[in-house]
Design a protein around this ligand. Structure first.
Ligand SMILES: Nc1ncnc2c1ncn2[C@@H]1O[C@H](COP(=O)(O)OP(=O)(O)O)[C@@H](O)[C@H]1O
Ligand SMILES: [Mg+2]
Length: 287
């Protein structure tokens, strides 16, 4: 099972004097169980693209296919697609409305007609997945929480519904780096334990290098690259052309090479690089 886009165009205000081609001929494939990054400069079409995945927007041309279902406005199709794909928006806390954290997280489950026991179980599981203490948080107002806690509640309210594809549009924007790392680590654990597919829109190349094995790179509404994250960041010209920056780990590896260092480090992500640097240093110590 997978998500596939075939030659998708999306035009805002189609037929109007100010019509705008936000997506042009997008074709891509996202496998079940993947952790995929969607990157590209501001305005490249990332949000427009992900809003097609659960029928918030409908392609002007081409097809969006979720597990063999061609996304359309037809009610039964849309219900099926939304049952499979959940989206967490950039500042989801702006959309909080419930009086308690429990009610906020339970809302989607109730909408899907879960029984009381299923709602309780799903809310508890989702809260623990995002690392929030049930006893402490469930009866608080979502508006009483810190920014990081609010973001976690928003993610919990999407994962509680048990969708198999979780799309996050810049979910760590504005969070401190410790919270960022924790939230993404929790999503990676969810991917591994529940075989959830995670689609992460991000402008933070360090977190992309750390968590995403594959990336889709958008440039002016087209796919400039799709493939392994390492292959993308190894192509410095392409990274530059698409208006992105190298992750710190790749920059450090390049700097080491340029100054003739014989250290062979794994540059794929900061954590893997640190591991290989530790190995190098302990080898030197043992020599
Ligand atoms: N509602 C809209 N009406 C018209 N143009 C839009 C609308 N939303 C986005 N756009 C335009 O579409 C392009 C892609 O936007 P978006 O998908 O939000 O990019 P990204 O998420 O990569 O920053 C931008 O040029 C943006 O100005
Ligand atoms: Mg966006």
């Amino acid at each position: 099972m997978s998500i596939d886009l075939k030659n998708v165009d999306y035009v805002y205000d189609s037929g109007e004097p100010f019509e705008y081609f936000a997506l042009r001929g997008i074709s891509l494939h996202i496998d079940d169980g993947a952790f995929v990054g969607i990157v590209g400069r501001t305005g490249s079409g990332k949000s427009t693209l992900v809003e097609h995945l659960n029928g918030l927007l409908f392609s002007t041309r081409g097809e969006v296919i979720v597990d063999d279902e061609i996304v359309s406005k037809e009610r039964t199709v849309l219900a099926k697609v939304r049952r499979r794909v959940g989206i967490v928006f950039q500042y989801p806390e702006d959309q909080f409305f419930a009086e308690t954290v429990f009610e906020e997280v339970a809302f989607g489950c109730r909408n899907y007609g879960f029984s009381k026991e299923q709602v309780d179980e799903s809310v508890h599981k989702a809260m623990s997945t995002v690392g929030l203490d049930l006893e402490r948080f469930l009866s608080l107002s979502p508006f009483q929480l810190s920014g990081g806690e609010q973001r976690r509640v928003a993610i919990a309210s999407v994962i509680a519904m048990g969708q198999k594809y979780i799309v996050l549009d810049e979910p760590t924007a504005g969070l401190d780096s410790g919270t960022k790392l924790a939230v993404l680590t929790e999503l990676e654990a969810l991917r591994q334990t529940a075989n959830v597919t995670v689609i992460l829109v991000s402008h933070n190349m360090d977190e992309v290098a750390e968590f995403c094995k594959e990336v889709v790179v958008l440039d002016g509404g087209t796919v400039a690259f799709q493939g392994s994250t390492d292959a993308f960041f190894s192509d410095v010209d392409l990274v530059d052309r698409t208006g992105l920056e190298l992750p710190e780990s790749y920059r450090l590896a390049r700097a080491l090479k340029e100054c003739g260092s014989s250290l062979t480090v794994n540059e794929c992500s900061t954590s893997r690089m640190l591991d290989s640097l530790r190995l190098c240093v302990s080898d030197l110590g043992g020599a």
